[in-house]
Design a binder for this molecule. Structure first.
Ligand code: ZN
Ligand code: ZN
Length: 493
């Protein structure tokens, strides 16, 4: 079809351009008509072709094309394709419009859904912001989680206020060296009302519940907030610490043993991370093999149990990594993975020999790149506090308690006397715990239990201004209150 207003020359070129032979192929090449670019521009500017043998896939009308390449694409070499999968220009326009509308509707639906979820998250976070007191008694909470709480308070006091980063943001070692366990602890602290979800949590950390009434969250991805003001949470952390230090009977001993194990796990994860870091950063080796991690943890535990400090363990690890890398460099056929595995064996040999011969090992500083489990400092403080309370030398030197470390305390108000574990409030120099330390006394059951041991809360102060406390949860924690945001259910990503 040639446009009616086309000039004579354009009509002539268009006819030559579109002419086909009997078999449907082009009558001549474009270059035989004139300069290719010019011919194409003139022909397509003033004419188009209708492929009479090629019906539209939708309306069956012949398809119109604007140039030869489209004509061949739709009609094939002989312009006679019977059922090409193409639409005529009209149908194409309709289809395109329908597609645009569909896309727009989908986009609107997506935005509406996003707004709905954001409203749900907003409502949930509003509930979270309102939390100011623990929801229930703390006696039921895993003592390790409570120890983590004390460490979290210590961490927060050091800088970022009441905001705690998500586990994902904290990094692979988490708070205690085991992010899965950290998640469980954080959830139990959340259930107890000691932690709330922070407003800073990313939207992606939430998703609607199946009933569409609320939102759930991914434990690893939400940020947390310490509930209560600085003074209140410090007091709560002190209460928790005091209970951990002095709680009598098998429950108290078990709690202290659990804390000792948790701290040992964190210390071990710390050294493993250091060894992996040296292997990767200084020797281009992969991390120590997963299959040998339990063995590696056992080797490191043994070093700690024999009194070596973290700095000294780093020294062992540094040497083990370097020896393994040297062995790789000097031995044909030995690669980086073998060297990483050999560093485990090397560490075992080094620690074993040092224990056997009583070597004095120098302590290495923590390098800048190394990230220890974030709660490790707090856990160490707790462990040291506990050690001190039960330390024979400290008890002997303390003038305020008897030979077993108990002192008589008077309950204010009633005047009832009770024997209670002394925390030796005056600083008494303790022997250096490194190498010369007596076995860790944490977890040793209290030697005896006074029949008069208090079992109820008391706010009355005893001597040295210490708060007298029993096995019961502290008063602030026992006030009944509704369960924390019922709409929140932990869900694994
Ligand atoms: Zn059509
Ligand atoms: Zn004392």
């Amino acid at each position: 079809m040639i446009r009616h207003d086309a000039p004579e020359e354009a009509r002539r070129i268009s006819l030559l351009y579109w002419e086909v032979k009997e078999n449907g192929t082009w009558a001549r090449t474009v270059s035989s008509i004139g300069v290719t670019g010019d011919v194409g521009a003139v022909a397509t500017g003033h004419s188009h072709a209708v492929l009479l043998d090629c019906p539209c896939a939708n309306c069956s009308e012949p398809i119109a094309v604007t140039n030869r390449s489209w004509a061949n694409k739709i009609g094939g070499k002989h312009l006679d394709a019977e059922a090409p999968p193409y639409l005529c220009p009209d149908c194409t326009a309709v289809q395109r419009q329908e597609e645009d509308e569909r896309r727009q509707r989908a986009e609107e639906a997506r935005r509406a859904e996003q707004e709905r979820v954001e409203r749900l998250i907003g409502a949930a976070l509003k509930d979270e912001d309102a939390k100011s007191e623990p929801a229930g008694p703390l006696a039921e909470v895993d003592p390790r989680a409570l120890a983590l709480y004390a460490a979290l308070v210590q961490h927060a006091t050091g800088g970022p206020g009441n905001l705690l980063p998500s586990l994902t943001a904290v990094g692979p070692l988490g708070w205690t060296g085991d992010t899965e366990q950290d998640g469980e602890f954080l959830l139990s602290l959340y259930a107890a009302g000691l932690l709330a979800l922070a407003r800073e949590s990313p939207t992606e950390a939430f998703l609607p519940t199946e009933d569409d009434e609320g939102v759930t969250f991914y434990v690893a991805d939400v940020a947390w907030r310490l509930v209560g003001g600085p003074a209140a949470r410090r007091a709560r952390a002190e209460e928790i610490t005091y209970t951990l230090l002095t709680r009598p009977g098998p429950d108290g001993a078990a709690a202290r043993e659990a804390l000792r194990t948790l701290t040992a796990q964190a210390e071990t994860a710390d050294v493993i991370a250091y060894l992996n870091g040296v292997l990767g950063r200084q020797h281009s080796c992969p991390e120590t093999p997963e299959a040998r991690r339990d063995e590696l943890a056992g080797i490191i535990r043994k070093g700690f149990e024999h009194g070596y400090s973290t700095g000294q363990m780093f020294c062992f690890a540094w040497g083990a990594a370097r020896s393994a890398a040297t062995w790789r460099d000097e031995t044909p056929g030995v690669g980086a993975p073998e060297a990483a595995s050999a560093s485990v064996t090397g560490l075992k040999t080094r620690i074993g020999k040092a224990i056997e011969c009583g070597y004095d090992i120098s302590a290495y500083d923590v390098p800048r790149w190394h990230r220890a489990p974030l709660a490790l400092d707090g856990l160490r403080t707790l462990r040291e506090d506990i050690r001190r309370v039960y330390d024979r030398a400290v008890i002997d030197a303390c003038t305020r308690c008897d030979q077993q470390g108990f002192k008589e305390t008077v309950r204010a108000g009633t005047g009832t006397k009770a024997l209670w574990r002394c925390t030796h409030p005056v600083e008494i120099p303790a022997p250096d715990p490194v190498r010369t330390a007596t076995p860790d006394p944490v977890g040793i059951p209290t030697p005896r239990q006074s029949p008069e041991v208090k079992t109820e809360n008391a706010t009355g102060t005893a001597t040295e201004g210490e708060v007298l406390r029993g096995d019961e949860p502290p008063p602030t924690a026992s006030a009944p209150s509704p369960s924390p945001s019922a709409q929140f259910v932990a869900r694994e990503p």
